[in-house]
Design a binder for this molecule. Structure first.
Ligand code: SAH
Ligand code: TYD
Ligand code: ZN
Length: 408
């Protein structure tokens, strides 16, 4: 166990509860002949003893993760596309009904949400530092700035467009260690009655499902209602609503307003109470999570080695960022998993970070089917298993590893 870290939210002391060791960047897919050395950092996670915020102990410089070639494409899942159309519809019918409303989305990626806002003719702006994905958003008619959101960005937007009724972030706020600058920016940019809404993986689901693969470089924070409420208070905001979401294996959508602007929904107190009852933010709970991680590693590597000895073919499904933690922490290389199939053109033909599993298009899956498919994109299980029904019909088996190692 190393020295305590310093909380990026409140400057309290962060006590480590798990160390995954040296890890590559989870979205750094490599060309097979790339001669450059891979970048590694220490992936360790801890809890702030003052504010309870669970966070990484080491921060990767943002430009190393989010750049022109950032490969994650939000539109890759039908379910997620429908989810974000729903988000847009809801904002359009609730928060964006004034005379000339304006919404800012931070981390808009390929425009999966803002496309619907643009089609409705509503003033909007996406903020997206990953240039390749921002270009895809622009091609859909979305207004986008290729910059990182922080206080200075918010002031620029304010000067050019005026205040925003909604500031929205999906799977992005937890990527941003520098929360004080973000809150100053939100505070400057948001209208008095406006909402700051963000949805991110929920620590409660990570603990319940032992979904340790949610822990990687880009996910700096692992929010709870308690830690988010503390953060809101610290920066003059109030947590007024929490909404559990099924996306990405269990998330919460948090709605913040300026302090006193709206009456908090009873759902906030209910969730805080449940977190207290289950001891979600308690060190014992996190140590239990740590023990679960080691158990899953041992069971999964045991299963894969056994299958290799029996001469079975195993292929990975979904070259997720999450899988970087699984493959590198468990030592799963091409000797155990032949390749990974993935629909993202940005990942195909490359090697997964660290573990160097080749990424192939989904057509490679059926040519011919492997005996087993390790479902790295387990959060899209329904969508993928429905699409690949023929695999099961042909005798193929799925391997899942959260909340426990199972063969289906
Ligand atoms: N909102 C999308 C994308 C999530 S991936 C979805 O839910 O599917 C996270 C995105 O946040 C990436 O596209 C990344 O480039 C972007 N990002 C990271 N840091 C950012 C920052 N400081 N400001 C704006 N976007 C950021
Ligand atoms: P996802 O689990 O959304 O995120 P993360 O990278 O943050 O862990 O990634 C899903 C990956 O799986 C993405 O690279 C696209 C791929 N995918 C498929 O190959 N086929 C599919 O049917 C779906 C839904 C996703
Ligand atoms: Zn803290």
């Amino acid at each position: 166990m190393s020295h305590p870290g310093v909380c990026r939210m409140c400057a309290g002391s962060v006590r480590e509860f798990f160390d995954f060791g040296r890890q590559p960047l989870s979205d750094a897919f490599r060309e097979p002949d790339d001669p450059r050395a891979e970048f590694f950092y220490r992936l360790a996670v801890g809890r702030c003893e003052t504010c309870t915020m669970v966070q990484l102990l080491e921060e990767v410089p943002r430009e190393r993760m989010f750049h022109q070639d950032y490969p994650y494409l939000s539109s890759g899942s039908t379910v997620m596309r429908a989810h974000f159309e729903g988000v847009a519809e809801r904002f359009l019918s609730t928060e964006l009904t004034g005379p000339d409303p304006f919404i800012v989305e931070v981390g808009c990626n390929d425009g999966v949400m803002l496309e619907s806002i643009a089609k409705a003719g509503v003033r909007h702006l996406g903020v997206e530092p990953s240039g390749g994905t921002a270009d895809l958003a622009a091609a859909k008619g979305v207004q986008v700035r290729k910059v990182f959101f922080e206080e200075a960005t918010a002031l620029d937007i304010l000067r050019d467009h005026g205040r925003a009724d909604v500031i929205y972030m999906a799977n992005t706020f937890c990527h941003i260690p520098y929360v004080e600058s973000v809150f100053r920016g939100v505070s400057a940019l948001l209208t008095d009655g406006g909402v700051f809404v963000f949805e991110d993986p929920y620590l409660g689901d990570i603990v319940e499902r032992v979904s340790f693969d949610q822990i990687y470089d880009e996910h700096f924070y692992y929010f709870t209602a308690l830690s988010v409420r503390r953060m809101a208070h610290r920066f003059g905001f109030e947590l007024v609503d929490v909404e559990p979401l099924p996306t990405h294996g269990g998330e919460i959508r948090y709605t913040l307003t300026r302090a006193g602007a709206r009456t908090p929904s009873p759902a906030v107190d209910r969730l805080l109470e449940r977190e207290r009852e289950t001891g979600l933010a308690e060190p014992e709970t996190l140590l239990r999570l740590a023990a679960g991680v080691e158990r899953i590693r041992d069971e999964l590597t045991g299963l894969l080695r056994g299958l290799r000895e029996q001469g079975k073919r195993v292929v990975g499904y979904g070259a997720t960022a999450k899988s970087a933690t699984v493959t590198n922490y468990c030592g799963i290389g091409p000797d155990l998993v032949e390749f990974v199939c993935d629909t993202s053109p940005t990942k195909q033909g490359r090697l997964t970070p660290g573990a160097h599993l080749p990424v192939r298009p989904p057509e490679a899956f059926a040519a011919p089917y492997p005996d087993y498919a390790l479902l790295f994109a387990w959060n899209h299980a329904d969508e993928i298993m429905a699409k690949e029904r023929a695999f099961r019909e042909a005798g193929g088996k799925w391997i899942l590893y959260v909340p426990e190692v199972r063969v289906l």
